[in-house]
Write a protein that binds this ligand. Structure first.
Ligand SMILES: Cc1cc2nc3c(=O)[nH]c(=O)nc-3n(C[C@H](O)[C@H](O)[C@H](O)COP(=O)(O)OP(=O)(O)OC[C@H]3O[C@@H](n4cnc5c(N)ncnc54)[C@H](O)[C@@H]3O)c2cc1C
Length: 434
């Protein structure tokens, strides 16, 4: 059992300098921080919220897809992460669904998930701080030299040789002045921002059988309920959990809520308010309409906050496109692969070349040095990002950024100057299938 002394040395005081600072502790940030530390860098992971995990933790039992490869090892940080979750046994996880979008994943209890991430960081010597939103960057000309955290302790600076922006929202890149875009190209519309929730007292066997046998009947019930004034989501997807008699409910946010810009607190407030309405009304309608297996269900809880699928995206040295995802070109600077399907939710769903390569240049801002941008804020078109946006893929992008950042720090060079073949070699040495 860890004591305060065991972990306190990992939590830095203001001003401590690091080789690599990773901003954001979601799937991409975990991949980046662990990979950087395993490649010899003194590494700090800064997270704005009270827990690590990003969307995986705010959306309870959400399938973390593509953590594995055809049921086997994906290599690198993924294997370490999966092993750490599995070490907690059946209370921690169940195997996820298998279809074009969901696959090779685990549905993880949010608290075991948070604990497993702490353990993984500690085992790899990653320093960490929660409640530490990055609100500014330290710059020397066009070079990022560190970040500023504004929290309960006031304004605190942390210098770094290289910074990885894994904030999902691209906060660091935006603050540093890198070119960013938002939403769908033609109209700026974002993917739905959804409050995920958990239902209890469910007859799960009967409910999942009903969904499998009568998907159309379920859709008709929801449509009818909508006509009667219940708040319903654009779509629902139900996930198993580790707690008997409960199901996790992913959804497409309230019908007609409109696009939400997650960089705006006002928009997020709308999403939180209407997300709660969907959760409460789903229980009401399930009981009123006697949906098989949900007749006596309860709302157990909603996620800690709404989950955001896309905010700002970098316009980097290369912008990944949906054509790349469909054709799978050979990039000389490939540093990761994305598996699965194109999934922009109700805006677009389609097939892609599963396992297509992701170029290193997508991590590089054009105008700013000493910064790598990984995860959902990486350089891509709207559908280029939607192609394989699963958490396992985001972890792989972060992992590549972490390896590159560690190499840059060790060699005293900027990410733009790194020899990508060395990044690829280091990733292969970690067991990554490039
Ligand atoms: C509702 C919903 C359902 C989804 N369903 C699935 C699914 O079933 N399976 C799947 O694999 N994927 C799913 N996805 C997609 C997947 O969750 C995301 O693509 C993935 O989480 C992106 O990873 P990320 O690390 O880039 O960003 P995030 O997971 O968003 O993590 C970013 C982290 O950075 C932190 N942060 C942000 N700004 C700052 C700052 N300024 N300072 C410090 N920290 C900061 C955030 O608090 C957060 O912890 C879903 C997404 C949503 C929203």
């Amino acid at each position: 059992m860890p004591t305060r002394t065991d972990i306190e040395h990992l939590i830095p005081a203001e001003g401590r300098a690091f080789d690599v600072i990773v901003v954001g502790g979601g799937p991409a940030g975990i991949g980046a921080a662990v990979a950087a530390a395993r490649n010899g860098a003194s590494t700090l992971l800064l997270e704005g919220r009270s827990f690590f995990g990003g969307v995986a933790a705010v959306a309870p039992w959400m399938p973390m897809n593509r953590l594995m490869l055809n049921g086997g090892h994906r290599g690198g940080v993924h294997d370490l992460f999966v092993a750490q979750v599995k070490a907690h046994g059946g209370h921690a996880y169940v195997e996820g669904k298998q279809n074009a979008i969901d696959g090779d994943g685990l549905d993880i209890h949010p608290d075991y998930l948070k604990l497993a991430i702490f353990e993984l960081l500690e085992q790899n010597g990653v320093c960490y701080r929660l409640h530490s939103p990055v609100t500014d960057v330290l710059m020397d000309g066009q070079r990022v030299t560190g970040v500023v955290v504004t929290g309960k302790g006031g304004r605190q600076e942390f210098p770094a040789s290289v910074v990885v922006d894994a904030s999902g929202d691209g906060d660091v890149a935006h603050l540093a002045g890198a070119e960013m875009v938002e939403g769908r190209e033609e109209d700026g519309v974002h993917m739905p921002v959804s409050l995920v929730f958990v239902l209890a007292n469910v007859d799960t066997e009967r409910f999942f059988a009903y969904l499998a046998d009568q998907p159309q009947a379920f859709r008709e019930v929801i449509e009818q309920a909508r006509g009667e004034g219940y708040a319903v989501a654009a779509w629902y997807s139900f996930n198993q959990t580790t707690v008997p008699g409960t199901v996790g409910v992913n959804n497409g946010a309230m019908v007609d809520m409109g696009s939400i810009n997650a960089a705006q607190a006002g928009d997020l407030t709308v999403a939180e308010r209407l997300g709660l309405q969907v959760a409460v009304d789903t229980v009401r309608l399930a009981r009123d309409k006697r949906i098989p297996g949900l007749e006596d269900c309860y709302l157990m809880f909603t996620g800690a906050t709404v989950g955001v699928r896309d905010t700002r995206r970098l316009v980097g040295e290369y912008v990944l496109t949906v054509e790349d995802a469909r054709s799978g070109p050979q990039f000389d600077d490939m540093i990761a692969r994305k598996y699965g399907a194109i999934d922009a939710n109700q805006l677009f769903i389609g097939e892609m070349h599963s396992g297509f390569g992701y170029p290193y240049r997508c991590l590089l801002p054009k105008e700013v040095d000493n910064l790598l941008v990984a995860g959902r804020c990486g350089s891509a078109t709207f559908l280029g990002h939607a192609a394989g946006k699963s958490m396992g893929n985001m972890m792989e992008l972060g992992q590549a950024a972490g390896v590159a950042a560690a190499l840059c720090s060790a060699q005293g060079i900027t990410p733009r100057a790194v020899d990508v073949r060395q990044v690829q070699a280091a990733l292969r040495a970690m067991g990554v299938h490039l």
